[in-house]
Design a protein around this ligand. Sequence first.
Ligand code: AMP
Ligand code: GLY
Length: 417
Amino acid sequence: MKVLVIGSGGRCHAIVDALAKSPEVEKIYCAPGNAGIAAEAQCVAIADTDAEALADFAERNEIGLTVVGPEAALDRGVADCFKRKNLRIFGPTKAAARIESSKDFAKRLMTEHGVPTAAYRTFTDYAAAVEYVRSHSLPTVLKYDGLAAGKGVVIANTFDEAEQALRDMLVDDRFGHGRVVVEEFLQGEEFSLMCFVSGRNLCPMPVAQDHKRAYDNDEGPNTGGMGAYTGLPFIDRSDIDYAMEHIMRPVAEALDEEGTPFCGVLYGGLIKTADGIKVIEFNARFGDPETEVVLPLLESDLCRLMCDVADGKAVEARWSDMATIGVVLASKGYPGSYEKGCAIDLPADLDATVYHMGTKLDAGRLVTAGGRVMIVVCAAATLAEARDKVRRQVERIGCDNLFHRNDIADKAFKNRE
Ligand code: AMP
Ligand code: GLY
C-alpha cells in the first residue's frame, strides 16, 4: 500500500519511521516533510493545510491511507475533504477536532458528561472577565478559545498579569477575535494519555510526560516541548484504568452521541491532583514530542492499526515495556527569535534514533531550519539507563547554535526519592 503522511515535524518523522516498518507499506509520501523524513519517504511540496491539493494528490497516486499529523490541517477540514472523496483518512473531521480547536466546546462537553476538569467560565467581554478574575483566587489560568500554536494559555500570578493577558486576548485580539476561558489552577503531576479512537472503540498507548518550559527545572518560557519520556513511575495501572473509564471513553462516546464520531488519536493532557486525575486539555492528534517517545515502543503494525481505525474497527496494540527518553535540541533563542542555517554534525554511528523537527539540506550539508531542530530518542530496560544513554548521545551532536535541557525525566527520579 502507498501511504501519505501530512506534516513536517518530529512527530511526523516518528509516524513515517513506524509506518516504514510495516510489511504492508510499499511507499511513503510526506507533505511537506523535512530533511530527515526524506531518508524514509518521498517529500512532496504541498502545504499541510491545502486540503484539496492533498486529496488530489492522494487520488492521483492511489494512496491507500493518509495520516494527518498537525492540528491546523484538521481545523482546515483535511479529513472532511478526504471523506467526501471516499479516500481513507486517519484523523478526525473538523467538527470532531473541536475537542482541541475550541476550549469552550471541550469544556462544555466535559461538564455535560461529568468528566473531571478545572472549574471554568467563558467570556467575550473584557470588563466581565476582569471582574470574575478579581473575585477569584490566584493563580488563575486564562485560555484563548481557539488554536494559538501553544501560546494561548497564560497562568497569571497577579491581577495585573491577568488583566494584561485578558486585554491581549479580548481587546487587542492578539490571536484573532475570540473568547477566553478562565479556569481554576490545578496542581499535580501532568501526563499525556493518547488513545487510538475509532468512534466508540478506544485503544490506549503508554503514557508519556512532556517538558514544556524552555530551561531546566521548568524555568523559562513555554515551548512546543523540549523533551518527553515514557515509564512514568507516578502513574500506575489503576490511574490509567480510571482515566480510560472516567475521561477518555466518556469523551469519545459523547462525540459519537453528538453525531461527530472521532477517528484518529485522542490525546488527553491530564493532571494527577490530590483530588484525583483531571483534564487540562484535549488534542485531536498525536502529541509532539510524546509521539517520538511512544511510537518506538509499538510492536504492532502501525499501518494496519491506522487502516482499521480509519475503517471504524476496534483495534488492539502491543507495546514494549522498555522506557524511552527524548531530548529536543533547539536553536539558541527559541522560543523567541533565532538564527537558521547553522551546520549540524550528526555522527553516523550515533546510538539513538533521531527525529528531525526543523532541519534542511543546504548544498548537501544538514543545517538548522527551525526553532526545535531535532529530538534524540533512546530506549532501555530502565529509565535510568535510557537517561544515561540519551545524555551521552546528545553530547556527540555538534552544532554551535543548539541548546537542550539536561533534566528530561528527572521528575521521575525525584518522585521516587
Ligand atoms: P494547554 O494549552 O491547555 O495544554 O495549557 C498549556 C499548559 O498550561 C499545560 O500543559 C499546563 O502546564 C498549564 N495549564 C493549563 N491549564 C492549567 C490549569 N487549569 N491548571 C494548571 N496548569 C494549567
Ligand atoms: N505535547 C503537547 C502537544 O502536542 O500539544
